[in-house]
Structures are given as C-alpha cells and as structure tokens.
Design a binder for this molecule. Structure first.
Ligand code: AMP
Length: 384
C-alpha cells in the first residue's frame, strides 16, 4: 500500500493529470509529472516537473525515481516508456493493458478473443484486404479507423457506400493498417468507468450517457436515461473487462446501445476519462480520487452518484470573443466550474467543463443546454 505522503508520478501533463494530481494532493500525496510542454495543466499543480518527451527514457527514469508509483493520464505514451517505469516502481495499469488499448486492432482482437460484444470488424492492411473485408463486416455503411493513436474521431472515415475504387479510398486513408467496423445504428452512446485495486476489488461508476458533437464529447448525463437492465448490462460488461485485463487503476469503456437493446463495446482507455468528470461533484468518490486509491492500493471509495449530474465540456470555441462570461453561467447555482489552466484557447480544445447537479437528469440537461446556449451566444457563435 502506498500511503499519503508518498509521491505519485504521472506520465502526461494534461487536464486528466491535473485533476488526478489535485485529488492526490487533497489526500496528502506529492505529485511528479513528465510532460514536454511547459506550464502544462498538471505541471501547474505538481511538486516536481520533468520536461521531457513521453518517449524520453532518461526522463521516464527520473520520473520513476522521484515517485513511489507511476500512472498515465493518456494512452499515447510509448510502451517502452511505460515498461521502463515499471522496471523501477509499480506502474498501473500494467503496461500490457496500455499496449492493448493504444491500438484499435489489438483492442478489438482482445475483445473478440475474450467474447466481449463489439461491432463486427476486420483488420485490413491493403486495398485488396479492404475490398474483401467490407462484405464480411456487413457491407456499407462501415467505418474505417486507423489502428494506432486514434481518439475523438480522429483517423476515421465513414464508408457510406461500397466504393468503386478501393485503391483510391485506401490511398486517401493513408495509414498502413486499419480496423474496418460495421456501422452501428446506435440509439445512445454510453460509458462506464471502472476501478480496480491490487486486492482485486472492482468498483464500477454508474453508467453515463454521452452526447458527442463533431466527434467530441459535448454532454455526459448521469444516470444514463436507459432501462435498469441496460444499465446493469453495461456496468457488468465493463467490470468483466476490467477483471479479464487484471486491471489495477481505472478503465473507461465506451459503448453503443443499439436500437434493439444490445450493448456493444466501442473502445477503452486505461485512465480517467472525460465522461467521468461529472463525478468530481456528482459522486461520493470522484474518478480521480478513485484512480489515486486504486494505483496506491488503498480501499476503493463508493462511486455512486449523489445526485443526477450533467457535465458540459467547455471547448476553446467559447473563447472566440475573449474570456467567456463565467459569472453568467455561474448564475445557475447548480453549476460548478472546472478550468484546466490552458493559456491558449483553440477551437475544439478542451479548456474546462461545468458540472450541473439537479433533481433529475432531464432537469440537469436542460440547465446545461441553457448555459451552453448562453455561452455560445456570448461568443458570437449562435445557438449550435
Ligand atoms: P471513436 O474514435 O472510436 O471513439 O469514435 C468516435 C465516434 O464516432 C463515436 O463516439 C461514435 O459516435 C462514432 N462511431 C465510431 N465507431 C462507430 C461505428 N462502428 N458505428 C457508428 N458510429 C461509430
């Protein structure tokens, strides 16, 4: 057990590292961060900052020596870096889990090999393979995704109709390997974040309902507005995956609920997740505190929701006319503001989020939508 007073090393300096670090600080831990960008969100709250690239093994060794345990805040960390850290101090989740989750082909293969439900898929590495695979995943429409380093809809394209020219499509895709997936006509997108500690305790958060806009998470709604048996199935699925991976730490599992009521896994991330930010204000234990407890081997906290909560992402677009009018959005006394300390606002960049607590998910969502509309109008962006 790694007790308060010890130091947690985080590979990556973004907002997930910042919020994990803040939770750790509350509990009396020290924080060391490795991140190449100066004044990163996590560096601002860290005791020790190592400014080095994620694959700089010398930097990783310095981080691991400064820390009692190492974890990650995003999955595009070179696997060699994670293994280097694991050779020096306990590193959670174990690098093999990172290895699976950072590549869609390995991730899908893991799900299929272990009998976890996902969309039909095929791994393709040429125009000819793509031509052959398309009927096997159910034909068009389908989605072609890069195998490596894809997130927030980057590196994916929809194949709306069977192409005449597979060579041209493959050239346009540009990556050496891809995962072709059958298109899921989903009713809703859901996610479950699950924590596990070295003692084998596995604790899922309640299922979140996620609304994406332009492939970026817009709202997370807890509890998800789904029948209890669907919520149970989603939570059990995520917990089973965590057990099967022998997880220590956090795992976020994004899922589709199909129109005929099936829950399919879309993708996984072995770290805190944007769709768990609601828990900072809406849950008994936040995902960040739970992450700290899990990687330090402490008993896990109660992840249940205290109140229906909606998280609204604040993207850089809202800075179009300068700093958004925070006083206007905080005039809803149910809204809690979280900003990540990023100096430069760019369209699509995650700058912060708001959590809105209410007596029902519908009420929280209505309040969140009203705040978003106000912020967009103030930024001169109309009511998108
Ligand atoms: P991903 O990068 O895999 O998280 O995908 C980003 C978004 O694209 C998802 O949140 C879905 O809205 C959509 N998407 C991804 N895969 C599929 C699929 N197989 N069928 C339908 N929509 C998809």
């Amino acid at each position: 057990m790694i007790l308060p007073g010890a130091c947690i090393g985080i590979l990556g300096g973004g907002q997930l590292g910042r919020m994990t670090g803040l939770a750790a600080r509350h509990m009396g831990y020290g924080i060391a961060v490795l991140e190449p960008t100066p004044r990163s969100p996590a560096a601002q709250i860290a005791d020790t900052v190592i400014e080095a690239a994620y694959d700089d093994l010398d930097g990783v060794r310095r981080l691991a020596r400064a820390a009692d345990v190492v974890t990650y805040e995003f999955e595009n960390i070179a696997i060699e870096a994670a293994r280097e850290a694991a050779g020096i101090v306990p590193t959670h989740p174990r690098p093999e889990i990172l290895h699976i989750c950072q590549n869609r082909a390995r991730e899908k293969q893991f799900l299929a090999d272990n009998g976890f439900p996902c969309a039909p898929f095929a791994i393709v590495d040429s125009a000819a393979a793509l031509r052959e695979a398309l009927p096997a995943v159910g034909g068009a429409p389908a989605v072609l995704k890069t195998a490596d380093f894809g997130y927030d809809g980057k590196g994916q394209q929809k194949i709306a109709e069977t192409p005449e020219d597979f060579e041209a499509l493959w050239r346009e895709f540009g990556a050496p390997r891809g995962v072709l997936e059958g298109f899921v006509d989903f009713a809703l997108e859901l996610s479950v974040i699950v924590a596990a500690n070295p003692a084998g305790e596995v604790r899922p958060f309640p299922v979140a309902e996620n609304i994406h806009t332009n492939h970026i998470l817009d709202f997370s709604i807890v509890p998800a507005r789904v029948p209890p048996d669907v919520a149970r199935a989603a939570v059990e699925l995520a917990s089973d995956i965590a057990r099967s991976l022998q997880l220590v730490g956090l795992l976020a599992v994004e899922m589709f609920l199909t129109r005929d009521g099936r829950v399919l896994v879309n993708e996984m991330a072995p770290r805190p997740h944007n769709s768990g930010h609601w828990s900072l204000d809406g849950a008994c234990t936040s995902q960040f505190e739970q992450h700290v407890r899990a990687v330090c081997g402490l008993p896990l906290g109660d992840p249940s929701a205290l109140k229906p909560t909606v998280m609204l992402n604040l993207l850089g677009d809202l800075w179009h006319r300068g700093t958004p009018d925070w006083s206007a959005c905080l005039s809803d006394p149910h809204a809690k503001l979280h900003l990540y300390g990023k100096a430069e606002a760019r369209p699509g960049r995650k700058m912060g989020h708001l959590n809105i607590l209410a007596d029902s998910a519908d009420d929280a969502l209505a309040r969140a939508r009203a705040i978003k509309a106000r912020l967009l109008r103030a930024a001169g962006l109309g009511d998108a």
